[in-house]
Write a protein that binds this ligand. Structure first.
Ligand SMILES: [Zn+2]
Length: 389
């Protein structure tokens, strides 16, 4: 009965693995059980006493590492990591690497697995070392570069992330240009925060070279121009975004308004807004247009404008704005009722997310260039249509 229990324990994690492996493991276990190793009962004892860590030590000693059993050890280690038992996975993989009997391919495989164990436990420095060793060995290059790229992004080590991404592109044949452009933008933003504008500009140039459609690079470039008083060039950079990816058009409206105000040329801005409002029919653009009409022309014109637009596109924000303007012209009971409705529309707007990840559906209230949910770059975009507007 004890013997059966032990076999059961050994096979338990194995059940999740592929069929051929189960067969192989069963054969090995059968071989073992023929000449019962004294360690076997020791291990069994640990299992029965619910000391799985010690039982694993016994397993490691019992199943000698040789060319036949390396796969078994690797699979078991991998399984432990997947189950979140990383310490055990680490012990199994370290034990493998320590053996001199392994050939180069097997050792490299064990290094890769151990590197992934370290990543899982947050020991990024140790993981980095192992993946760099694999790169030097010219083995498991794709996996090594993929993981190194993850590590440098987690550490916000953008310089190394750029170097590795370029090497990864060469090895894998993948196009990582838009990701590389984002890394350059990260460096540019750091330089901008530090006030080193010339370096920030250089990084933006690199970002554009990597991906001419990089919206973020245009936004940062516009900021740099604005900081240096080159307002016309800032406007040009912001407006370039329309050709790069018009999904982000709402991101530039307010900064553009600031630029035109600085040039004392709001009329030209209103003209620009009317043009793009017709093309995109976006509520944020319409709301700003309404406010500008109210400010530069008069409130009745603004009310008429938003009322007309609402007939084409019914949106909560539009209704909210309409109530706001109508409120200022009401009194008595009408004022009270409108105030109550205004509170409701304000609440509805407040709860809405304005950005969403196209890849995993993550909802956000602000723009993230890298999705906090699925870690993909440039997958979060402003929401258009009923949900966002
Ligand atoms: Zn996502």
């Amino acid at each position: 009965m004890h013997l059966e229990l032990n076999i059961f324990w050994l096979l338990l994690p194995v059940a999740a693995l592929s069929g051929w492996w189960i067969g192989r493991f069963a054969q090995e276990t059968k071989k073992l059980s023929k000449n019962i190793h004294p360690e076997y009962f020791k291990g069994l004892n640990f299992v029965l006493n619910e000391q799985p860590d010690k039982a694993i030590e016994v397993f490691i000693r019992m199943v000698e590492v040789d060319n036949e059993t390396v796969e078994t050890h690797l699979a078991l280690g991998n399984l432990f990591r997947r189950r979140g038992e990383v310490d055990r996975a680490i012990r199994i993989h370290q034990n493998l690497i320590a053996r001199r009997t392994l050939n180069q391919g097997q050792r490299a495989h064990a290094l890769l697995e151990l590197g992934m164990d370290y990543m899982r436990s947050g020991l990024l420095d140790r993981a980095e070392k192992l993946f760099l060793e694999l790169v030097d060995l010219d083995l498991y290059q794709n996996e090594a570069y993929f993981n190194l790229l993850e590590i440098y992004q987690q550490e916000k080590d953008w310089e190394n992330a750029i170097i590795i991404a370029k090497k990864f592109e060469t090895v894998s044949g993948k196009n990582l240009n838009s990701m590389i452009a984002q890394f350059f933008c990260e460096v540019a933003e750091n330089e901008l925060d530090a006030g080193i504008l010339s370096s920030a500009k250089e990084q933006i140039h690199n970002a554009m070279n990597a991906n001419s459609k990089c919206v973020r690079a245009s936004i940062i470039e516009a900021k740099i121009y604005k900081l240096t008083g080159k307002i016309e060039q800032a406007i040009e950079s912001y407006q370039r975004l329309e050709l790069q990816d018009n999904n982000y058009i709402t991101e530039i409206i307010l900064p553009l308004y600031e630029c035109y105000k600085e040039l004392d040329n709001v009329d030209q801005f209103i003209e620009y807004l009317r043009k793009i409002a017709n093309v995109y029919g976006n509520i944020n653009i319409l709301l700003i247009l309404t406010e500008l009409i109210a400010e530069h022309e008069d409130k009745d014109l603004a009310i008429n404008f938003i009322f007309q637009e609402l007939r084409n596109r019914a949106t909560v924000q539009g209704v909210d704005k309409l109530i706001e303007y109508t409120l200022s012209k009401s009194e008595g009971e009408t004022y009270k009722r409108l105030s109550t409705i205004k509170k409701l529309t304000a609440k509805l707007i407040e709860k809405k997310s304005i950005y969403k990840c196209n890849n995993c559906g993550f909802d956000a209230k602000m723009l993230h260039w890298k999705c906090p949910g699925c870690k993909q770059w440039e997958s979060i975009k402003p929401i258009y249509g009923v949900a966002g507007e």
